[in-house]
Design a protein around this ligand. Structure first.
Ligand SMILES: Nc1nc2c(ncn2[C@@H]2O[C@H](COP(=O)(O)OP(=O)(O)OP(=O)(O)O)[C@@H](O)[C@H]2O)c(=O)[nH]1
Ligand SMILES: [Mg+2]
Length: 381
């Protein structure tokens, strides 16, 4: 058995989340045509059965936020998520969008080996806006920044060129050549995630490079994200799709209430036949969810709510349908919009959005509570 972590790295909109979902076969990450959709690293697990000479494998894919120049505290946190995903990985996929022109530095020695970044060229988290773009190695371009990240890695890096459905065949070779001039990639695989072209080859190759090892997750688990977080993301996806300008970027979603239906009796109710033919619909149980949409200004709140509440209703209706198909229950969804001025600059607020942090806090709180119960003197004694 082989197993390992594969981090997916790239610029915003390259199709990283689309790739994750296509590989895992489930909607684990939200996808929109707007850049900077993904804000956290997201795990999706693929079980690969043994075939002919190939051994079975479990691949843990980690989707990351698109690498872009940080302008706010939120952007910095997103970049930190990228660094975290690069820390624990066996293989990295650098995903590039074939249809977008790249801004590459002059060709670097093709022999450049992983981990051989020139001193002083390492990107930094706090890279300021370059005063002399020609001198700034870190942020001369996002493409260059991503390549500098890759050069610091000491693991195999796959170059996966996506969206080949959008380009002409003869455009592909020069693009591959220019990228291979930048770095010695372990493999170069052109794909169209949308058409599922090249994905089987990608999985085959990944398995070849994975180390021997046991599963990290049970075979039926496809993500480590709690349902609550997925639900918040599905609402955010609808906001991204339904609003424009800066509203999608200034919005955050927090689930305040998530009441699952009580466990259902093991005996499943049979649909009742109707007089005129067909069957009466079996009423599914209801999950009751209440979520807050945070934005930064009153004007944004007005846009999110819309005339007579129309926009919020549209967001709610389409999100509810998605959530129902995720949970397999009916959903009662309540949405509120709250202005939290300048939250994108508040580390404390950004912390509260992070579900890993939320789970950690909950575990710490429970541990502290049970400790204080043990410490408290028993009044009976
Ligand atoms: N034509 C075409 N479009 C694609 C393909 N793969 C993804 N897309 C589209 O590219 C857009 C961005 O996809 P995402 O998966 O959200 O991109 P991302 O890299 O996760 O973006 P961020 O989360 O913003 O970093 C969406 O509109 C996708 O439908 C592809 O193979 N061909
Ligand atoms: Mg994404």
């Amino acid at each position: 058995m082989r197993s390992g972590f594969v981090s997916i790295l790239g610029r915003p909109n390259a199709g990283k989340s689309t790739l994750l979902n296509a590989l895992v076969g489930e909607k684990v990450a939200i996808v929109t045509s707007k850049p900077q959709t993904t804000r956290n690293r997201i795990t999706g697990v693929l079980e690969v059965p043994a075939k002919a000479k190939r051994s079975a494998a479990q691949i843990v894919f980690v989707d990351t936020p698109g690498v872009h120049k940080p302008g706010s505290q939120l952007d910095r946190r997103m970049l930190q998520e990228v660094y975290d995903a690069l820390e624990t990985r066996d293989i990295v996929i650098l995903l590039v969008d074939a249809s977008r022109e790249m801004q590459l530095p002059e060709s670097v020695e093709p022999a450049s080996v992983p981990g051989s970044a020139e001193p002083g060229t390492e990107p930094t988290l706090d890279a300021p806006a370059p005063k002399r773009p020609d001198r700034d190695h870190g942020w001369r371009s996002e493409d260059e920044f991503v390549l500098n990240l890759v050069r610091k890695l000491d693991c195999p890096v796959f170059l996966v060129i996506n969206k080949i459905d959008l380009i002409r065949r003869e455009q592909l070779l020069p693009l591959i050549e220019s990228l291979m001039n930048q770095f010695k990639f372990a493999e170069v695989i052109p794909v169209s995630v949308r058409k599922r072209d090249g994905l089987d080859t990608l999985v085959e190759k990944l398995v070849e490079y994975l180390p021997q090892g046991e599963r990290y997750y049970p075979p039926d688990q496809f993500t480590d994200q709690p349902e609550r977080f997925l639900v918040a993301e599905l609402i955010r996806e609808r906001i991204l799709m339904e609003t424009g300008e800066e509203v999608p970027y200034a919005s955050a979603v927090v689930i305040e209430k998530f009441e699952e239906p009580p466990p259902q009796p093991a005996k499943v109710k049979k649909p009742r036949p109707l007089k005129g033919g067909g069957f009466a619909e079996v009423k599914l149980p209801v999950t009751s969810i209440s979520a807050v949409i945070y934005c930064e200004r009153d004007g944004q709140k007005a846009i999110l709510i819309g005339k007579g509440g129309a926009k919020l209703r549209a967001i709610g209706t389409s999100a509810r349908k998605e959530i129902e198909s995720l949970l397999g229950t009916r959903v009662y969804l309540e949405l509120h919009v709250i202005v939290e001025e300048g939250w994108r600059e508040s580390r404390g607020f950004i912390d509260t959005l992070d579900w890993r942090k939320q789970l950690e806090d909950l575990a710490n709180k429970q541990a502290a509570e049970s400790e204080s119960e043990l410490d408290s003197p028993d009044p009976e004694v």
